[in-house]
Ligand binder design. Structure first.
Ligand SMILES: [Zn+2]
Length: 441
C-alpha cells in the first residue's frame, strides 16, 4: 500500500517541492511548477538518467533539439492525421469528454444529451512569424523523438557512428490532454527522457529485450521497491500499426498501476517516413559489409515528471519517534535534493554560527548544502527529514572546545562526532557509498 496522493501534494507544497502554476491567479488546469527543492530533485533524476544512458555507455550520443520543428515533420510522423482523441460534448452543461471515458450515451456530470463524436488533435497549434495564416502554422512538439529522427544522419555521420548506436534526449513536450490529472502524472506540458536506438533489422528483437531489462533495472537501482514495479506487455490492439512490440514499465501509484516508461520496437517506420516526406535518403551504409538498409529503432521513452513523482512517492515514510510522527523522504543519496544541512544548536552564539556557516560554505563547493538557523534544532531536523536530506551536521557548545561536530543520519537518526576539518571528506564518502552514519566503535 502506497501513500495517498493528497499527502504527497501537501508535503510538496509545504516543503517547496512542487507548487501549483500561477496560483495567485487561481492556477491553470494541471500545470505545476517545481519549487527550490523540486527543481533539485527533478534535475537529479534527469542527471541519473543521462549518466546511465549516455556517460556510462560507449554506444550513445546526446542531443538537444528545438521544440518548434518544420510542420512537415508532423505529417511524416503521422501526428497530424492520427494523434487524436475522439471527443463528445454535453449539449446541456457543455462539458467535454473523451469518448473512452463515457459509459452509455448521457453526460456523466448532468445526464444531458451528448453530441456526435469528433476528432480532436492533441497537438498545440501555434504560428511562426507575425502573420497568423495557414502557411505559418506549426506545433509545439508532442514528443521529443522526432527531433532525434530528423537528426539521425547528422549524428551518425558527424560522430562517425556505426550501427548499432543510439541518441538520447531530454526535453519538454506538449499534449493538449482532455483529461489530465493525478498531480504531475499527466500534464499538458511535460518533460521526456527519450532514446532512439538504431539497429540492423534482424537484431532488433534481441536489442529490444536488452533495453527492457536495462530500463527496468534503472528504477530498481535508484531505490524503487521491487513490489511497486512491473512490466506490462501491450496487447496487439494497443500497439501502433507499425510497432512490432511494446512494453510499459509500470509503477504502483496511489491511483493504481500506471506507465512510467514505454519501450517499443518501432521497426523502420520513422526513418522510412522521414525519407519519403523529405526526399532525403536516410539509409545507413555499412562500408565493411557493403550493405545498405534503413535501421530499425528501439525506443525507450520515459517521463521525467512521472519518474520524479514515483521516486517521491516511493521514498515517503511515516514513522513514530518518541510518540511523535516523523515524515521522511528516504531518497537514495544521488537523488536527494540537498545532500547536507549545517545547523547551529544556538543561533545567538556568534562563534557557533560562524563555525556552522564556514562548514556549510566549505561543503557547498562540492555539492548542494545549506545552512539553517531559523528554528529549534528539533524542527530543523524535521524539515530536512521531510525533504530527504541524508546528512545533518550540528555545531554545538562543545564544538567550540573540541573542534568536532555531530553528523546525524536521516534514516537511522544515529549520530557520530567528527573533527570539523574532516567533515567534508566524511560526508563525500558517505554520499558516494550510500553509507549510513555509524557511531565510532
Ligand atoms: Zn452535462
Amino acid at each position: 500500500m502506497t501513500v495517498e496522493m493528497d499527502k504527497i501534494v501537501s508535503l510538496c507544497k509545504r516543503r517547496g517541492i512542487i507548487f501549483q502554476n500561477s496560483e495567485i491567479y487561481g492556477g491553470i488546469g494541471n500545470t505545476w511548477d517545481y519549487g527550490p527543492i523540486g527543481v533539485e530533485l527533478k534535475r537529479n533524476v534527469k542527471d541519473a538518467w543521462w549518466k546511465s544512458v549516455v556517460y556510462e555507455r560507449d554506444d550513445m550520443e546526446g542531443l538537444d533539439a528545438a521544440i518548434l520543428m518544420n510542420p512537415t515533420t508532423w505529417e511524416a510522423s503521422g501526428h497530424l492525421e492520427s494523434f487524436t482523441d475522439p471527443l463528445v460534448d454535453c449539449k446541456k452543461c457543455k462539458h467535454r469528454f473523451k469518448l473512452d471515458d463515457i459509459n452509455g450515451d448521457r453526460c456523466p456530470d448532468c445526464g444531458g444529451e451528448l453530441t456526435e463524436e469528433r476528432s480532436f488533435n492533441l497537438m498545440f497549434k501555434t504560428f511562426v512569424g507575425p502573420v497568423e495564416d495557414n502557411a505559418s502554422v506549426t506545433y509545439l512538439r508532442p514528443e521529443t523523438a522526432q527531433g532525434i529522427f530528423v537528426n539521425f544522419l547528422n549524428v551518425q555521420k558527424m560522430m562517425r557512428r556505426k550501427i548499432p548506436f543510439g541518441i538520447a534526449q531530454i526535453g519538454k513536450s506538449f499534449r493538449n490532454e482532455i483529461t489530465p490529472g493525478n498531480f504531475t502524472f499527466r500534464t499538458r506540458e511535460f518533460e521526456q527522457m527519450e532514446i532512439e536506438y538504431f539497429v540492423k533489422p534482424g537484431t532488433d528483437e534481441e536489442c529490444y529485450k536488452r533495453w527492457v531489462e536495462e530500463r527496468f533495472n534503472w528504477y530498481l537501482d535508484l531505490g524503487i521497491n521491487k513490489e511497486h514495479l512491473r512490466l506490462r506487455d501491450h496487447e496487439s490492439n494497443e500497439l501502433a500499426h507499425y510497432a512490432k512490440a511494446c512494453v510499459d514499465v509500470e509503477y504502483l501509484f496511489p491511483m493504481g498501476w500506471a506507465e512510467l516508461e514505454g519501450i517499443a520496437n518501432r521497426g523502420d517506420f520513422d526513418l522510412r517516413q522521414h525519407s519519403e516526406h523529405s526526399g532525403k535518403d536516410l539509409c545507413y551504409f555499412d562500408e565493411a559489409a557493403k550493405d545498405k538498409y534503413i535501421p530499425y529503432v528501439i525506443e525507450p521513452s520515459a517521463g521525467a515528471d512521472r519518474a520524479t513523482l514515483a521516486f517521491l512517492i516511493d521514498a515517503y515514510r511515516e514513522e513514530k519517534v518518541k510518540k511523535e510522527k516523523r515524515v521522511v523522504l528516504a531518497f537514495k543519496n544521488c537523488l536527494a535534493p540537498i545532500k547536507a544541512a549545517v545547523l547551529p544548536l544556538l543561533r545567538n552564539r556568534p562563534d557557533i554560527v560562524e563555525t556552522a556557516r564556514s562548514i556549510a560554505g566549505d561543503l557547498r563547493r562540492e555539492f548542494k548544502a545549506v545552512y539553517d538557523d531559523t528554528a529549534s534544532i528539533g524542527r530543523l531536523y524535521r524539515r530536512q527529514d521531510e525533504i530527504g536530506t541524508p546528512y545533518c551536521i550540528t555545531v554545538d557548545v562543545q564544538s567550540m572546545d573540541d573542534h568536532q561536530a555531530t553528523v546525524r543520519d536521516r534514516d537511522s537518526m544515529q549520530q557520530v562526532r567528527i573533527p570539523i576539518e574532516g567533515i567534508k571528506a566524511y560526508i563525500k564518502d558517505c554520499l558516494a557509498q550510500e553509507k549510513l552514519v555509524e557511531p565510532a566503535s
